[in-house]
Design a protein around this ligand. Structure first.
Ligand SMILES: *[C@@H]1O[C@H](CO)[C@@H](O)[C@H](O)[C@H]1NC(C)=O
Ligand SMILES: *[C@@H]1O[C@H](CO)[C@@H](O)[C@H](O)[C@H]1NC(C)=O
Ligand SMILES: *[C@@H]1O[C@H](CO)[C@@H](O)[C@H](O)[C@H]1NC(C)=O
Ligand SMILES: *[C@@H]1O[C@H](CO)[C@@H](O)[C@H](O)[C@H]1NC(C)=O
Ligand SMILES: *[C@@H]1O[C@H](CO)[C@@H](O)[C@H](O)[C@H]1NC(C)=O
Length: 570
């Protein structure tokens, strides 16, 4: 059970015992700040109900394209795109715009990218000029999406998308400047100085930066990427990347991981090999850096990486001849800041290849999408896993960490994606976009629908606990104290309140690039009126811990998050 639900009568009793006084202020007890939640039983039936198992909503039967890549922007719009080289999509470009002589058809007057408006559940077509298939991206410190690479005419492209207001008509800009080498299946990450690091890709055993500056106008070799390539299958594309509090970058590919001092092009650490299966494309697993718990003045918080799912070596070649091997059922956690780190392994409720792993505002992890047999690739997997699972990293009893949530009825296999929205929902889309958007003749055809998953915390059952009217003033400087105001229903106490900050991810191929969740250190909580509360927190201490840019700030009360607000760290 995922929720600690305190019955109303209990709260009422507390209220009688400890009447609330206005403008009271208390030093927050640090022992309350952990994201661990107790598991208490409650009196009502919880079988399959949305308040314990979550709920799916079909947002659109078709958005006209298949959501292969997604990036949420700080104006609450999501840039979504698939690829330009496989014929006409189900969405026309506006004003008679067309592209000519692409690889699939002579004239293509359809869109392969959209801008989705979260608040209105509407979208409009965007125009990408070159092939963005299996590309990568990151939002920079001013909120602009920097998207890199792709296929054929797009393999060295750098494209920008800057957020705009509803009155403006913004679209993709393709730069004249090219990537140093072609990058297809690479991973991007923002750095403390606001540059984007672009690493790897098929046969690209190197990394580079955007923007380039005069001293780093080069490509840097990284033999690790070659060493982790399996013959015939690769199993090391779309490496998992995390910027660390010491400014170095953690890189995981296949089953190995290292810390790279990118400024000096030196590998400074190597970790033990993760037991079990292979974890990178096409033996696609997923990964998160678990929530980082910050304490004022501490520049070296504990960093723990989690990797889940994947496939056995050989799975891809087997699938090509119609044999579907069971997907990996294991997850590994490793505290990479330990002097002698070791993988601690756990079993998921079921095996999963191509999972999407997302951090929730509560500090929990959700895994969704994917299949239980086979590997990444078209027609390379069967038996979709329709149930998301929730993982509570802070739950002390390992047997209680996973819980199975309500299923969707739409398989989300190869080229599906998912991202956290500012209201706490998960946006889910895409799957198996086939050449010429073919909808027939295969077991898992092109999927153009868009869904939202509402995790259990969004159930109306928890409304009385939900913080609302959240406000904060930005931009925010490193290490500075700042205040967040919010309202809580009458007779709610603030003992179990936390404030989390989440960077929006660029999600594709089961990895959410740039995803990070920081649990902020609370200074104090003041009651401003019977409903209104003011919570003062310390901003992250450094650019290594929170690279500059926009973050969603969530107030979470007893495991129930309110709608986030965007703050800019600078
Ligand atoms: C896409 O367009 C084709 C051709 O007009 C149509 O047959 C198909 O049903 C459409 N698919 C969706 C999901 O809208
Ligand atoms: C944001 O960054 C992009 C990429 O570097 C740049 O082209 C753009 O001018 C910047 N926008 C603002 C408002 O600074
Ligand atoms: C980038 O590459 C394209 C072709 O791939 C080429 O036409 C163009 O000149 C290149 N731009 C620069 C600035 O090198
Ligand atoms: C779609 O794919 C099936 C199976 O490969 C094929 O038989 C059919 O002709 C294709 N349809 C189109 C419109 O390409
Ligand atoms: C919260 O905001 C809503 C409108 O967004 C407003 O109606 C309500 O009065 C506000 N509540 C408080 C306690 O400020």
């Amino acid at each position: 059970m995922a929720f600690n639900i305190v019955s109303f009568s209990f709260i009422f009793a507390l209220f009688l015992l400890f009447p609330l006084s206005c403008n009271s202020s208390h030093k927050h007890d640090t022992s309350q700040k952990s994201y661990h939640r107790q598991h208490s039983s409650s009196s009502f039936d919880q079988k399959n109900s949305d308040h314990t198992k979550g709920k799916w909503i079909l947002l659109h039967k078709s958005i006209g394209i298949s959501a292969m890549h997604m990036q949420l922007l700080h104006n609450n719009k999501v840039v979504i795109f698939d690829r330009t080289d496989f014929g006409s999509s189900n969405l026309s470009l506006p004003q008679g715009k067309c592209r000519y002589n692409d690889e699939a058809i002579k004239v293509d007057c359809t869109a392969h990218s959209i801008l989705y408006n979260v608040a209105t559940n509407t979208y409009r077509p965007l125009m990408v000029q070159t092939d963005v298939w299996c590309s990568s991206g990151a939002v920079n410190s001013n909120g602009t999406l920097i998207q890199t690479g792709g296929y054929h005419d797009g393999e060295r492209k750098i494209r920008l998308f800057s957020p705009c207001t509803d009155e403006e008509i913004c679209d993709w800009t393709e730069l004249q400047q090219n990537l140093t080498v072609k990058r297809w299946y690479s991973t991007d990450h923002i750095l403390p100085d606001g540059r984007i690091m672009i690493i790897g890709g098929r046969s690209a055993y190197s990394y580079e930066f955007f923007p380039q500056n005069s001293d780093t106008n080069y490509v840097f070799h990284l033999p690790f990427l070659k060493e982790t390539t399996d013959p015939k299958e690769e199993n090391n594309l779309y490496p998992f990347l995390y910027l660390l509090p010491d400014g170095n970058v953690y890189i995981f590919a296949n089953q190995r991981s290292i810390v790279l001092d990118y400024a000096n092009n030196r590998v400074v650490r190597e970790f033990p090999v993760i037991p079990g299966e292979k974890r990178s494309y096409p033996a696609t697993g997923s990964s998160v850096m678990l929530p980082m718990k910050l304490v004022a003045g501490d520049f070296s918080p504990v960093v723990e990486v989690m990797v889940c799912g994947g496939a056995n070596g050989g799975s891809f070649l087997q699938a090509a001849v119609g044999g579907f091997m069971p997907a990996s059922r294991t997850c590994g956690r490793i505290k990479i800041t330990d002097p002698d780190p070791k993988w601690v392994m756990e079993d998921m409720p079921s095996g999963r290849v191509m999972p999407d792993m997302l951090l929730l505002p509560t500090g929990d992890v959700i895994l969704l999408n994917g299949a239980s047999k086979g590997t990444a690739g078209w027609e390379s997997a069967i038996d979709p896993v329709l149930n998301p699972v929730l993982y509570e990293p802070g739950q002390p009893d390992p047997n209680k960490r996973f819980s199975v949530l309500n299923p969707t009825n739409i398989p989300r296999m190869y080229h599906s994606s998912a991202t956290l929205l500012p209201d706490g929902r998960i946006l889910v889309g895409g799957s198996n976009p086939h050449i010429r958007y073919n909808f027939t003749g295969v077991k898992y055809p092109t999927e153009l629908s868009l869904e939202a998953f509402m995790p259990p915390y969004l159930s109306p059952h928890h409304s009385h606990l939900r913080p609302s009217n959240t406000t904060a003033k930005g931009p925010i400087s490193y290490g500075q104290k700042f205040s967040v105001t919010f309202t809580l229903g009458v007779s709610q106490d603030t003992k179990e309140v936390m404030v989390t900050m989440i960077a929006p991810s660029f999600t594709t191929h089961s990895f959410a690039m740039n995803q990070r969740l920081l649990i902020l250190d609370i200074v104090e909580i003041q009651q401003l009126s019977s409903f209104a509360q003011k919570i003062t927190v310390y901003a992250p201490p450094s650019r290594n811990i929170a690279p500059p840019g926009y973050y969603m700030v969530f107030v979470v009360h007893k495991g129930v998050p309110g709608h986030s607000i965007w703050v800019k760290m600078q």
